[in-house]
Design a protein around this ligand. Structure first.
Ligand code: ZN
Length: 416
């Protein structure tokens, strides 16, 4: 036996959620959290958290990683249609945005996506569920770029690639075949966007075909449901019902599902019962559109909900730094939730809830789990959300992978 109480890395003087006011020390050995103690620990290397909050690193459950930084290519027209009014023209936005895909090429997608992962890591993001348009216009260029990235970043950022038929399966004959090829190439998740089809029957078939692929390839499913301002959209329900029928409970998530914000109460209550039976989870991104799902009601019913970045400077959203604390900050405003308890819940939605949604098992601030941690700037949840600055340190698989320092020097200011 070696020295049992010596660690490869120690994060000292960490403030931890739910552990009161005293600071703790986290011992990391072989990439895992080996100890969390109130007394100091000895390590080969040490990072001083200096009383700042330490949490698990951030999980981005929804990002269109093949489209990042394409706003200048797409122009502003789709943006107007997607975010305007009550999202009556969301479909037009998607049709306009698809023009970018005629220029899809693995090389530049890879360069853009690499930069987005770097931006994310700076902000503490170590897990990303990345959607790649997989259809007759985008072909497999996005998938190829993101699969390459997944291998290059292995051990630092976990990239989960979703094969996503953005323009529909019935509306875009041939897309299904591209999704199948993407899965054969190793894409980890089956995507879908049933609401974009022309009829409810086609939406149902879209779901059935994608679930059939999920079953053949044994993959989880992440679909964009009901992403327009129409209370009559029912593809969240269709997806949940199909998951139950096809024996895919617990393996299906819905992103966006914005029409939920317009559902009549009795229908919404019925839907909650169904999604619970389906073991379905949700990802929301209230900053990228004027409608959003009923986050608090879902969470109260025990349905997992994550916050995602969704877009970074593309046809649907002009901003984005891959900063999930910023996403939390925006969500707090848009959803009108800012008590201490509510901010805690929002922070869970980019950490533990998001890990639940993506079924990342080896995660969390507990002894024995993989050491994915961030040392934040601030000692309370409010302190870190308010400025949403990059973490001081980002640790992935027990290794320091990003460090941010920055100070402002004032000149010629009056003395108090
Ligand atoms: Zn999205």
């Amino acid at each position: 036996m070696g020295v049992p109480d010596r660690y490869h890395l120690v994060v000292a003087n960490a403030r931890l959620r739910g552990r009161g006011d005293i600071v703790h020390h986290i011992g990391i050995r072989s990439g895992r959290i080996a100890a969390i103690e109130p007394s100091p620990l000895r390590g080969d290397a040490e990072l001083d958290a200096a009383g700042n909050l330490v949490t698990p690193s951030f999980v981005n459950a929804h990002l269109h990683l093949d489209k990042v930084y394409t706003l200048s290519l797409a122009g502003e027209e789709p943006l107007q249609h997607y975010t305007g009014g009550q999202m009556g023209q969301a479909m037009t936005a998607i049709e306009l945005a698809a023009r970018v895909k005629d220029r899809y090429e693995e090389g530049w997608i890879h360069r853009h996506a690499h930069r987005a992962l770097l931006d994310g890591l700076k902000h503490g993001v170590t897990h990303v569920q990345a959607f790649a348009d997989t259809d007759t216009r985008g072909r497999l260029e996005g998938v190829k770029a993101l699969l390459r990235l997944r291998e290059e970043w292995r051990g630092v950022v976990d990239v989960r690639v979703v094969a996503f038929p953005q323009d529909g399966v019935l509306r875009d004959p041939g897309a299904e075949d591209y999704v199948r090829q993407a899965l054969e190439m190793g894409a980890g998740v089956v995507g879908g966007i049933p609401w974009i089809e022309h009829t409810d029957r086609d939406a149902q078939e879209h779901i059935d075909r994608m679930l059939a692929l999920a079953s053949v390839f044994n993959r989880d499913v992440a679909m964009l449901t009901d992403d327009a301002g129409d209370p009559g959209l029912r593809t969240t329900e269709m997806l949940a019902a199909a998951a139950i029928r096809e024996g895919w409970t617990g393996r299906v998530m819905a992103c966006h599902a914005r029409a939920m914000g317009l559902y009549p109460e009795p229908y919404f209550r019925r839907l909650i019962g169904l999604v619970r039976r389906a073991g379905m989870s949700f990802v929301t991104d209230p900053h990228t559109g004027p409608l959003h799902l009923r986050v608090w009601d879902l969470l109260e019913a025990g349905v997992p909900v994550a916050l995602g970045q969704d877009d970074i400077a593309d046809a649907y959203y002009a901003f984005g730094q891959h900063n999930l604390l910023e996403v939390v900050f925006l969500a707090a405003h848009i959803l009108g939730r800012s008590t201490r308890r509510e901010l805690e819940v929002l922070l869970d939605m980019i950490t533990t809830q998001a890990a639940r949604v993506l079924r990342v098992a080896d995660y969390g601030l507990e002894v024995g789990r993989a050491a994915h941690l961030v040392v934040l700037e601030g000692s309370t949840v409010l302190d870190v959300i308010t400025p949403h600055r990059p973490p001081r340190y980002v640790i992935s698989h027990g290794r320091l992978v990003a460090q941010t320092t920055g100070t402002t020097t004032f000149h010629a200011i009056p003395t108090p």
